[in-house]
Design a protein around this ligand. Structure first.
Ligand code: GDP
Ligand code: IMO
Ligand code: MG
Length: 420
């Protein structure tokens, strides 16, 4: 099989960017299939950290084709900033990056609507990244979207104005002040920059390359527990973050999918509102946040931290058909005498075997296991990891029935252990 998928099994920020970059040498094409600039994918090499929002994490490998697939929503203003701060010249990046003509655009009005909706929700807000994701996908599904291919039309400005008019008329119902002009100017500059890139029917390109034996890595954004169907609705994002999303978000058949790499942190984090059964609102949570530098890559917000949640992990494995597990941030867990892992949920004293559809609060049931104290960031051989960490991994493998084939011990590309 020539198509593999790497996706998050928790609430996002599992370390997808770092690992996609690290395994990009094994692929010819790296493609994002959903989400948009709500994503913040960090990767590090040569002591420099890069954070990507829209651009696939294979972009630093000059010989690779990077694709922004049809399932992604693109904000041209963010695209421009990202391209300009990346390092390689625009002329060089034009050779490495292709955009689907079918990808929907995030318009300036979508950003304002996102903020107005959140403002009106008050305490029940979702904690959106305020990048316009929800309103852009809403317009897509309502068949009102503007798509990347359309920026080449002569009447694009008229089309834009029609959309703006409808957004402004919705905004009249909200008590929300905004200033459109400044953002709009940068947005149109972004449109001009996008025109320099190849905007095409990427589904043909991808299927053609695959039929000629090329290998594709589909890079997920967000995480399974933020999926619009299977996540903790309504505290989710607006796309299908799961493996099925790679088929609809790139135009590929499920029959062509090979490996599904499920990535998870050795603990859990979440940004934004919504249930988080293993959340630690205490000193242990603070230690994880500080040691793991758990602050949002897109918004800078502190991430909520907690112990590993096995019922959620098993659910994510089931929904995605995960074939291999990748575990990140094991180095952050060094230093505890004992660590806890949630093995089941209880609700009102009763066993709760399934993830409740209505995001009901559940009580975690923990198993306590011995921790490890060594600094593991310099270790490159699985066999050299502390015994208690290997036992922790073994416990996760027993519980999930899957092998952990990669262990990440630091943010750098090199701080990665692949198990034979
Ligand atoms: P993504 O959205 O899944 O790509 O993840 P983010 O980039 O938002 O968040 C992951 C954070 O953890 C980033 O700051 C990474 O540089 C960092 N990171 C990734 N893997 C590791 C690891 O194994 N150990 C440590 N200490 N940091 C890691
Ligand atoms: P990466 O790809 C973590 C969260 C937001 C909010 C909810 C909805 O870096 O893992 P949205 O802006 O999508 O309408 O926000 O989803 N969220 C993320 N959390 N990592 C992400 O992406 C996220 N993208 C969105 O915090 O709770
Ligand atoms: Mg992130």
């Amino acid at each position: 099989m020539n198509i593999d998928i790497l996706l998050g099994l928790q609430w996002g920020d599992e370390g997808k960017g770092k690992i996609v970059d690290a395994i990009s040498p094994d692929y010819d094409i790296i493609a994002r299939f959903q989400g948009g600039p709500n994503a913040g994918h960090s990767l590090e090499f040569n002591n420099v950290k890069h954070v990507l929002h829209l651009i696939p994490s294979g972009i630093f490998h000059p010989e690779k084709v990077n694709i922004i697939g049809n399932g992604v929503v693109i904000d041209p203003a963010v695209f421009k900033k990202e391209i300009e701060n990346l390092g390689p010249s625009v002329e060089e990046l034009v050779k490495r990056l292709i955009i689907s003509a079918r990808a929907n655009l995030i318009l300036p009005g979508h950003r304002i609507l996102d903020a107005a909706y959140e403002h009106s929700k008050g305490l029940t807000k979702i904690g959106s990244t305020l990048k316009g994701i929800g309103p852009a996908y809403t317009d897509k599904v309502a068949r009102n979207g503007l798509r990347a291919g359309e920026i080449l039309r002569n009447d694009f400005r008229d089309l834009y104005n029609q959309h703006l008019k409808s957004h402004l008329s919705i905004l009249k119902n909200y008590d929300y002040n905004f200033d459109l002009n400044e953002y709009e100017a940068g947005w149109f500059e972004g449109i001009e920059l996008m025109k320099k890139f190849r905007i095409t029917n990427t589904e043909y390109l991808i299927n053609d390359l695959i039929s000629r034996g090329k290998k594709l890595l589909a890079e997920g954004a967000q995480g399974t527990m933020l999926d619009v169907d299977f996540g903790s609705y309504p505290f989710v994002t607006s796309s299908n973050t799961i493996s099925a999303g790679a088929c609809t978000g790139l135009g590929i058949s499920p029959k062509k999918i090979g490996e599904v790499f499920g990535i998870f942190k050795a603990y859990c984090t979440r940004v934004g509102s919504g249930p988080f059964p293993t959340e630690l609102n205490n000193q242990t949570g603070n230690i994880l946040r500080e040691k793991g530098y758990e602050f949002g890559s897109t918004t800078g917000r502190p991430r909520r931290c907690g112990w590993l949640d096995l019922p959620a992990l098993k659910y994510a494995i089931m929904i995605n058909g995960v074939t291999q597990l990748f575990m990140t941030k094991s180095d952050v867990m060094s230093g505890f005498d004992t660590i806890k892992v949630c093995i089941s949920y209880r609700n009102a004293g009763k066993e709760c075997p399934e993830i409740p559809f209505d995001s009901l609060p559940v009580e975690p049931v923990y198993k306590e296991i011995p921790g490890w104290k060594e600094d593991i960031s310099g270790i490159r051989e699985y066999g050299n990891l502390p015994l208690n960490l290997k036992n922790y991994i073994g416990f996760i493998e027993d519980q999930t029935g899957l092998r952990v084939t990669m262990v990440s011990v630091g943010p750098d590309r090199e701080e990665t252990i692949f198990r034979k």
